[in-house]
Design a protein around this ligand. Sequence first.
Ligand SMILES: CC(=O)N[C@H]1[C@@H](OP(=O)(O)OP(=O)(O)OC[C@H]2O[C@@H](n3ccc(=O)[nH]c3=O)[C@H](O)[C@@H]2O)O[C@H](CO)[C@@H](O)[C@@H]1O
Length: 359
Amino acid sequence: MNQKTVVLTGGGTAGHVSLNQAIIPSFLDKGYDVHYIGSKDGIEQEIISEAFPNLPFHSISSGKLRRYFSVKNFTDPFKVLAGVFQAVGLLRKLKPMIVFSKGGFVSVPVVIAAKVLGIPVVSHESDVTPGLANKISLPFASHIFTIFKQTLKYLPSEKSSCTGSIIRPELFEGDRTRGLAMCQFTNGKPTILIMGGSLGSKFINQAVRNNLTELLVQYNIIHLCGKGNIDEALNEMPGYQQYEYVTTELPDLLHASDYIVSRAGSNSIFEFLALEKPMLLIPLSMAQSRGDQIVNAKIFKQQGLAEVLQEEELTPESFMQALRTLKENETALRQNMIEAESPKTPDEMVALIMQYAKK
Ligand SMILES: CC(=O)N[C@H]1[C@@H](OP(=O)(O)OP(=O)(O)OC[C@H]2O[C@@H](n3ccc(=O)[nH]c3=O)[C@H](O)[C@@H]2O)O[C@H](CO)[C@@H](O)[C@@H]1O
């Protein structure tokens, strides 16, 4: 075993990378040799390599774990198996003290390989209901941390605990003036930031663009619309700025925003909560997911932290009405956010993870 080597894994969407991004600087500060294992063409490579250019990123083969029929369901198990062999090879060489898995399908081969080699695994679940990759990994893990305490009822009590959220510290360091200048917003109107999750949401994009003329009467709009979803025809529209995906600019854009309209991915909504931004959540529907975002949004609504509009109820009218409700309730929402539990620091999270490392 290498005394100071740790391996992090997780990917597929940014929701399975954000926490790793938050804790890597803390591991590095403490002198750990951090390695990342992700998939060859996943978003994790882009995010990690941009944020930490010197961090070794190892890619392995991985198959998607689908809940629906696809011809790839017959080939992907072989990709997962290949991923296990590659991960065994890598871990045998790296000899880490621990593997920390943030979930997503690429984490499954790494977790299995770690178990085969007797390396402790700790995983983390961001959503209220555990994801498929974390469910599969559970028997191989020493412990699983959760953000929501409501998740604990789905997990064995002897090896699960709730940490609350952990937020990338740079998100607190944004600057409103810089954000507004970047968008060239000078009219003094309040600004809404639209985020359709890390991949963007065609559905939310359409809802915003259908209402754009009316929205721009009252608001400026920053629209994070996802890769390939820019509408060139709207590029010159005053008060409207579209970006496919932002990285270092996100803190300034968040600070420039007065309201948020978003999917209900766990990392995003806890970031908005930490920054005390009144949010309207439009969770990903059951038709496209296991319903995790619906449950995340429901808990935020119950706690007075968000307004929620279900995808099936979304019309141009209901969208504008939900925004009016958000504005009416903003003082109460902000107050509840101020009173909510503060996020854990990356240092605290690293200490929690390292309790399980091989000594
Ligand atoms: C389609 C899908 O599978 N969605 C899941 C995925 O969502 P998704 O990947 O969208 O995850 P989250 O909303 O949890 O996190 C998105 C992360 O991307 C960041 N960000 C986003 C846009 C941008 O331009 N720049 C940027 O940095 C956000 O700040 C946040 O840290 O993981 C979540 C957490 O497990 C789940 O709740 C979602 O159901």
